[in-house]
Design a protein around this ligand. Sequence first.
Ligand code: BDR
Ligand code: CA
Length: 314
Amino acid sequence: MILDVDTGNDDAVALTMAALHPDIELVGCTTVVGNLTLDQATDNTLRVLHAIGKSEVEVHAGLARRFAPSPYPSAPNPAEGMFHQDTLPVGVAGLTPHSWRGVEWLIETLRRATDPITLIQVAPLTNLAAALTVAPDILDSVDEVILMGGAWKKSGNRTPAAEFNIHADPVAADVVFRAGIERLTVAPLDATHEVLVSRDDLRRYQELQTSAAQLVSAVTEYYIHSYQVTEPYGIGALLSAPLHDALCVAYAIDPAVLELTEVIVDVETVSPQNYGRTTIDYLHEGSGTVGNARFAVHADSERFHRILDDCLKQ
Ligand code: BDR
Ligand code: CA
């Protein structure tokens, strides 16, 4: 599996799970601008791996700018997020990534692969869109793409209409949804807001005493605080935090964690009000049209917590 991250507090949990779960062979990570600048996201990714004793996992820094510039100069810069810590309080400073050629590395790794690889995308889809544009043949080596992004019945969390990862680079998302990926699985806000982590969970992690549990407790504490002091569109201040990105890794470990339905996803790339919105067509059945994604309509919270706890015991 290859994990694409903009680490990012919830990305840190996803990364910890992917690096530690015995059923996952993490081939490497690519980083991208999103929650933070590319440099910050890359540094945080290296810190997390160092903190959990997995420094051998390769980290390749990808793109520092959007695939397509936003047509709306007033749209917030994705790197101006206030939800995530610029510097996660874990690991050590001064680590360097394996390369700054994340997109090229992704293409080369997929072209060389002898077994199919699953791509987990928990950040703006900039790197994957660039790779698919340059080298559409890489899909031959992709088993499944699992991504965190979009919303169906829920409002957005970046604007009233759009979820952060899609809003940060809607053209990139559009490229990915139209790429003809055979198994494209999406965990939208509708699903990720069903798996919350609370301060009670943090107390349980602290008792585990592993470096992974300490890390997840530290980065999640801050994330819960972010959700407490901020009121994202249509969601309301929460006393707990949805660990969005971690749900994608949990699904890779145990697909039963998500209830999926096949849909046609369309990404809005033009309208100022709806920039980055995902429109879901679920009425296509019988029309002869096939869906382009499997959207998660529900997530099994108990199952998610069992998987996360298992990872934190490692
Ligand atoms: C997504 O946006 C980012 O802030 C999180 O890391 C997650 O990938 C949730 O909308
Ligand atoms: Ca993320």
